[in-house]
Design a protein around this ligand. Structure first.
Ligand code: S3P
Length: 169
């Protein structure tokens, strides 16, 4: 697995998975696959937030797992996963052949980043206490699933990409 361009990014909403994934995939010249985009398309919705609301969380998770099962068949790619990917235990097996990089950010930093107007459509952030609960519940799972962890606190997206390139040799 060491030198293959086969990376999945995991982490909470707002940790930079989509931005970093896009950049890394473009540098590596491999596809960038965003699970959220595929889930929204399967649900016939414009955005992942709409899909979450339309399906409800249970059905959303099930579509997300189906989409992931398809995506992991790709040989080389950068996958940006939805923040809730760790909610379903079976998704861990699906990611087994993938270098899984956890983009760590503190909850405060995440809430700060996501308070910008362009993030207003995230349904799970309407309730700050609920978001904190999800964060605390997921943190040990991100860590358990990850092959690598990057503390994104003081890093730009480009610097995170460089760290991933170092890790993957
Ligand atoms: C979710 C995160 C979102 C999206 C959906 C649910 C979550 O993805 O999958 O709104 O449960 O954390 P991002 O992490 O890409 O924002």
């Amino acid at each position: 697995m060491a030198n293959r361009k086969r990376v999945a990014l995991i982490g909470f909403m707002g940790s930079g998975k989509s931005t970093v994934g896009r950049l890394l995939a473009s540098e590596w010249r491999v596809p960038h696959i965003d699970t959220d985009t595929h889930v929204a398309a399967r649900a016939g919705q414009q955005t992942v937030g709409d899909a979450f609301v339309a399906l409800g969380e249970g059905a959303f998770r099930s579509v997300e797992s189906t989409v992931l099962a398809d995506i992991v068949k790709t040989d080389e790619a950068v996958i940006s996963t939805g923040g809730g990917i760790v909610e379903i235990a079976g998704n861990q097996q699906l990611l087994a052949g993938w270098r899984t990089v956890f983009l760590y950010a503190e909850l405060d930093a995440i809430m700060q980043r996501l308070s910008a107007p362009e993030h207003a459509a995230r349904p799970l952030l309407q309730d700050a206490a609920g978001a904190a609960h999800r964060y605390n519940h997921r943190l040990p799972r991100y860590r358990a699933w990850a092959t690598d962890e990057i503390d994104t606190s003081n890093l730009s997206p480009q610097e995170i990409v460089e760290q991933i390139r170092l890790i993957t040799g």
